[in-house]
Design a protein around this ligand. Structure first.
Ligand code: ADP
Ligand code: MG
Length: 723
């Protein structure tokens, strides 16, 4: 008899086991039994093509009428289109990058096709349907014969391993399976009315009815959520037990002086978050906190206050920024906010002043040497930098706090490299301006405490966004440039954003091939800047900014823009995060449909940061009702970053939702979808917390402890390690 850990070869023989390994990476019976059907073909329930409605889950019996594969010109890949007919009507089936299926779907052959009816270009179609071809001379019943029940499982398949073959293998495994031990504690199963693991595995593959298949699927989805949350909660607990230097608030130091000089009042939200951070820093265990808040919600001030609290305790803080532009800007902002408090060591500096220094890759050797000395001696209480901060030559006297700005751009190793520079684990504050829905945060950042800034500081002018379609109303683009001229004549500044640096087609732009636009038609910074400067924006000071400029030139351009020596910045998304020029009031985003929803929201956050109202124009050729246009309308219609990030995430694949950093645990997530399964994740989180509070080492739950160890080992190398 077999267990879930038995080798597939022991049940299926070497050849089949090898095929399952090369195709899917499955080695054990458990691996294969966790390969779940996408849907079930119901014997005797076939639909007529003529009656199909958009959104229906259907199975049809049809004959292949034609099949053709076409390559995409603008990007790698191909599309196989197969037209099938049931004698009266036709239906098209599409497969992206699966040209090999053309061999299986021979013209004239019959098969069962199952999928969800969609509509593309006004035609009904099944995208990536499941199918079962019927061998010549067989009828439908004969084709599905050999399957025990009424429900025929349809599996994700490949050319070598078609669905029916996988079903056979699974049937053999189920037949060979000994009684298995359930890792999930019985009291949790009882609470939710879930079947045992054994029942669930049998029922999802060979359901007696759809209801029990559904319940089994829910239980197996729960398993994934539960193990993941168990992992996250236990990591969080473990980090809490590490030692760190407590940095309790000290009155009468640099932080007090800073607060007294601050030209504005903190918002209620800022006060609340500041209190949370203050409490964390006062603990003898490292803080692990995520600070999320809308663009412009005032995260930087909060982070700076935390850094100053650490300086008050005799320590240093490092601020890690994703780009040189942002690091330089952080330096300017922080020096401005601190005033003379940043003049430590200079004559006439106030008593509690410190020094703020910058470390980036493009500095001269002399600048770098100075900065290194300031960091190593502890004279610089605040060290701001890019990944250059991570190099081995950088040393701190007493690194007490690491602030990571725009965390998603930093990888695990980078954070670890910086942490290694502290003798005792430092406190960590991660800031992100991309708000994430609660369960996503719980999954992606499940081991961090989360603080959220929801309100924008008072006195902030509202921002208006319009979608401008230049196909429908070509004259409106001229109008956009006029608006910029008007603002500039009133002393304001503007951004023009393009999706590309140059018109070079080979450039790695994200070409949405389905939109059908040629990359040649896209605006680029290198073309647009001179065209505008000599044309519609004649007489206005225009400058280009993009990632291919030297660090020095980028810096100089940003500084000149901040100093209002430039009126209009024509830029790529390098200005996406953090850039803060309150005098900028208009942003024109070319080919806006090239950008994601959250990205557009981030971009437009660059305007309306002062007291004058902001205007954002989304220029597009996307026609009404298309997904691209709907996305743009959503951005124009809402300024709620949480709502927009949800829309954004809903359109991505799960792997992208969880991010590359979660790839390790992702392989354990076959059924779980963070947005769809919110309730399940919340339940799993609560259950995981409850169980760990009763038995933190899972001593009483050996089987679960083994599962846990397996997932932990698999994910250890890749898992976000913020600890
Ligand atoms: P974020 O980093 O969250 O995008 P910032 O910290 O850069 O936001 O703040 C945006 C702008 O608002 C800055 O110019 C900052 O000085 C200002 N600001 C921050 N907090 C307040 C407040 N409570 N009242 C008024 N202005 C504020
Ligand atoms: Mg900021």
């Amino acid at each position: 008899m077999a267990t879930l850990d038995s080798k597939l070869s022991s049940v299926l023989g070497d050849r089949t086991a090898k095929a399952l390994d090369t195709t899917f990476g499955y080695r054990t019976v458990g691996d294969l039994l966790h390969h779940y059907p996408r849907r079930y073909l119901v014997r005797g329930e076939l639909s007529d093509i003529a009656e199909l409605q958009e959104g229906d889950e259907v199975t049809i019996l049809a004959e292949v009428f034609s099949a053709s594969t076409r390559r995409f010109a603008a990007r790698k890949g191909n599309m196989l289109e197969v037209v099938v007919t049931d004698g009266t009507s036709k239906l098209s089936l599409t497969f992206f990058n699966q040209a090999w299926r053309e061999k299986e779907l021979k013209v004239g052959s019959q098969g069962l096709f199952a999928g969800k009816v969609g509509v593309f270009n006004g035609k009904r179609q099944l995208a990536h349907p499941d199918y079962e071809m019927i061998a010549d001379g067989n009828d439908v019943d004969a084709a599905v014969e050999g399957f025990a029940g009424k429900y025929l499982p349809m599996y994700p398949a490949s050319g070598k391993l078609p669905s029916w073959k996988i079903a056979q293998c699974i049937e053999l495994c189920i037949g060979a399976l000994d009684e298995i031990e359930d890792p999930i504690p019985q009291f949790i199963l009882d609470k939710h009315g879930y079947p045992s693991l054994q029942q669930a595995l049998v029922q999802i593959h060979q359901p007696a009815d759809l209801e029990s298949a559904e319940k089994s699927r829910e239980r197996l989805t729960f398993d994934e959520a539960f193990i993941l949350q168990l992992l996250l909660v236990s990591r969080k607990e473990k980090m809490k037990s590490l030692d760190a230097i407590a940095r309790p608030r000290r009155e009468g130091g640099i932080l007090t002086a800073f607060d007294q000089a601050l030209p504005f009042q903190l918002t209620a939200g800022q006060h609340a978050v500041a209190a949370e951070i203050e409490e964390d820093l006062a603990q003898p265990h490292p803080m692990h906190r995520l600070l999320q808040g809308e663009v412009g919600s005032g995260k930087t001030v909060i982070a700076l206050r935390a850094m100053l609290a650490v300086v008050d305790s005799g320590g240093q803080a490092a601020l890690l920024a994703p780009t040189e532009v942002l690091a330089a800007q952080h330096l300017r902002t922080i020096e401005k906010l601190m005033g003379s408090l940043a003049h430590g060591g200079m004559i006439g500096a106030p008593e509690f002043s410190t020094r703020v220094t910058l470390l980036t890759g493009s500095q001269s050797a002399a600048e770098r040497k100075d900065a290194l000395a300031l960091a190593a001696s502890g004279e610089a209480g605040i060290v701001i930098g890019t990944h250059a901060l991570l190099s081995a030559s950088v040393e701190f006297n007493d690194l007490g706090l690491i602030v990571v700005d725009e965390q998603h751009r930093f990888g695990v190793e980078q954070r670890d490299a910086l942490k290694g520079k502290a003798k005792i684990p430092p406190h960590l504050l991660v800031m992100t301006a991309t708000p994430i829905p609660r369960t996503v945060a719980m999954t992606v950042f499940g081991d961090l405490d989360v603080s959220t800034l929801r309100e924008l500081p008072l006195g902030r002018a509202p921002i208006t966004t319009h979608v401008v379609n230049t196909l429908e109303k070509p004259a409106f683009l001229e109008r956009a440039w006029e608006r910029i001229c008007e603002e500039v004549s009133q002393g304001h500044q503007a951004y023009v954003v393009a999706s590309r640096i140059s018109a070079d087609v080979s450039e790695d732009a994200d070409i949405d091939f389905l939109m059908g636009t040629s990359p040649l038609e896209l605006a680029s910074v290198e073309e647009l800047a001179p065209t505008l400067a000599t044309g519609p924006l004649k007489g206005v000071r225009v400058a280009p900014l993009h990632g291919r400029l030297s660090g020095e030139l980028k810096d100089a351009t940003m500084s000149a823009f901040a100093a209002h020596e430039i009126d209009v910045l024509v830029s790529t998304t390098v200005i996406e995060v953090g850039v803060d020029v309150p005098n900028a009031t208009v942003m024109v985003i070319m080919d806006a449909d090239r950008f994601g929803v959250s990205q557009l929201h981030q971009l437009r956050g660059r305007v309306g940061r002062g007291t004058s109202p902001g205007l954002c124009l989304l220029i597009t050729t996307a026609i009404a009702e298309t997904p691209a246009r709907i996305r743009l309308e959503a951005v124009a219609g809402s300024t709620d970053g949480f709502e927009l990030s949800r829309i954004d995430l809903e359109q991505r694949r799960e792997g992208d939702v969880l991010g590359a950093a979660q790839s390790g645990s992702r392989s354990h997530l076959r059924l779980l979808r963070v947005l769809r399964d919110e309730d399940l994740i919340l339940t799993a989180r609560a259950d995981a917390e409850e169980l760990l509070s009763m038995d933190s080492t899972l001593t009483k739950y050996q089987q679960l402890a083994r599962e846990f160890a397996k997932v932990e080992a698999d994910t250890a190398s890749e898992f976000i390690d913020k600890g």
